[in-house]
Write a protein that binds this ligand. Structure first.
Ligand code: PDD
Length: 300
């Protein structure tokens, strides 16, 4: 069977899947999305992703287009139809189709729901052994980066700059010289005394689901961590660095701009976190916390 996509209640061939030209996602980037990794046929951190999706929708006053139970069923059905064992599911909800007008339309407009899947063994990559380069760029985004909106042009510009510099990612830097996050990942360092540091989840960053899992694992492993801003200079002289997301897990960073981090090899704490996180993804490690209440508290 050819690859399928889900579009507004229908499973359709991926190649001909379409939404209307007056969809507000197309005209205003008025929508939100989630990317969920699939490993061994399981969707990783499905519930926290749905928590964040609902939060993003709430913040933008877009109605949840269907119950969470139905949403889960659609996700499963698409993964089943496309026989995805390893890969990802992309889910996008926009405010819907309405004649072009900046202000939000009334409640009669139904949100558009699109889902696609992609095959790919994201967990197996040389980057986990070799590490990657990141560049630093000014953060030119808006002040609600906590919302996972499809409005991603600054992120696209940054990622293109990274690619042109032969780098994997661009870490964005605020007006104070502190790293906010990558264009599609969260930024981490390990200080000389072995403390894991990442920026706190304010409006300045997307509160990554991988970020939350790594913080939970750090707690379980007794790894000391701090949620605080860190500067580019601090990152460049850190003992270790890595970048996290649903598709890059915990990817070791060995070069920042033109500075080699420590001995230029992935750090031991980074690799330990990567292994623990992969065990968790493969179902070999149960979270010791992280129930509904805890998730809601963390998602904010
Ligand atoms: N990006 N920060 C930004 C700006 C992101 O776009 C992402 C994810 C993250 C990490 O979030 P998570 O751990 O939940 O994947 C942080 C996805 C993968 C993307 O846009 O493809």
């Amino acid at each position: 069977m050819a690859r399928q996509a889900y579009v507004n209640g229908r499973y359709v061939p991926h190649g001909s899947a379409a939404v209307h030209i007056e969809d507000r996602g197309y005209q205003f980037a008025d929508g939100v999305y989630e990317v969920v990794t699939i490993i061994g046929g399981r969707m990783i951190d499905e519930e926290p992703h749905l928590d964040r999706l609902e939060r993003s929708l709430r913040e933008l006053e877009i109605a949840m287009p269907m119950s969470r139970t139905v949403l889960r069923m659609v996700m499963r059905e698409l993964v089943r139809r496309n026989r995805v064992e390893d890969g990802l599911l992309y889910m996008q909800i926009t405010r819907g189709v309405s004649p072009r007008d900046h202000k939000y339309p009334g409640p009669s407009v139904t949100p558009s729901v699109v889902m696609t899947t992609r095959q790919g063994d994201y967990a197996n990559s040389a980057k986990f052994e070799d590490g990657v380069k990141v560049i630093t760029i000014p953060d030119i985004r808006w002040q609600r980066c906590d919302i996972k909106t499809i409005s991603l042009l600054p992120n696209c510009i940054g990622k293109t700059m990274a690619a042109r510099a032969d780098a994997y990612e661009a870490w964005q830097v605020d007006a104070d010289g502190n790293v906010t996050e990558g264009t599609s990942s969260n930024a981490w360092i390990v200080t000389k005394d072995g403390t894991l540091v990442t920026r706190p989840a304010t409006h300045a960053i997307l509160n990554g689901i991988t970020r939350l899992s790594i913080l939970r694992i750090a707690g379980e492993e007794g790894i000391q961590f701090e949620e605080r801003p860190f500067s580019v200079e601090e990152a460049k002289s850190a003992r270790e660095a890595f970048t996290s997301s649903a598709t890059s897990f915990a990817t070791p960073v060995v070069t920042i701009d033109d500075r080699t981090i420590a001995n230029g090899k992935p750090g031991s704490l980074t690799l330990r976190i990567f292994e623990c996180y992969m065990d968790y993804c493969r179902g070999l490690r149960e979270p010791k916390s992280g129930g509904q209440k805890e998730r809601a508290r963390r998602a904010g």
